[in-house]
Design a binder for this molecule. Sequence first.
Ligand code: E4P
Length: 225
Amino acid sequence: MKLIIDDAHIELIKKVYEFYPIDGVTTNPSILAKSGRKPYDVLKEIRQFIGDNAELHVQAVSRDAEGMVKEAHRIAAELGKNTFVKIPSIPEGFKAMKELHALGIPITATAVYTPMQAFLAAKCGASYTAPYINRIDNMGYNGIQVAKHIHDIFKNNDLKTEVLAASFKNSQQLLELCEYGIGASTVAPDVIDGLVKNQAITSAVDDFIKDFESLTGSGKNMSNC
Ligand code: E4P
């Protein structure tokens, strides 16, 4: 499972990249709005930091297919290879996806709440479909089950599209999808931190250091004892 950061704050992105094995960055219009900066300024800064080989996902905001395709051309031109244009999974979006797929522009189908949206997006040529786990949960359904269901539909229909699960509220949801072998998850920095935030882990490490220093002296380790 690819692990992607769902944020546009460059300092946070750098911090998460420093410690964890990260495959790219996703953004959406709400995330960009939080930065308060010009969209392409932020996105180019992210692209420069993550490099050409990492994935960057950027959403189009037009309501019609023609506008979405126009946005996709600009996004691809400004942000280069491995940039996935996020297209909402609505009828105008499916129309845009078919056109973009024919042009070879990578697509992430977004705003996915149902397996049928994901199936249609996959048939239109999307590389990823992004079900919103937490938002689905908040509607009274089971977001994890929806994501698994979509994954199974893709495998059973020999579709190459992968699930890019989005909208997480905790690390347990992420682990469940990891175990299921879904393609990718995009996660806010605080949820990534939560993956290893555990008192038992820190206290095990503390105990080992204390025991070693009781043998060798304070500040000593295997390089200077
Ligand atoms: C991804 O495509 C979505 O834009 C994003 O993950 C939504 O997350 P949220 O429900 O936390 O806003």
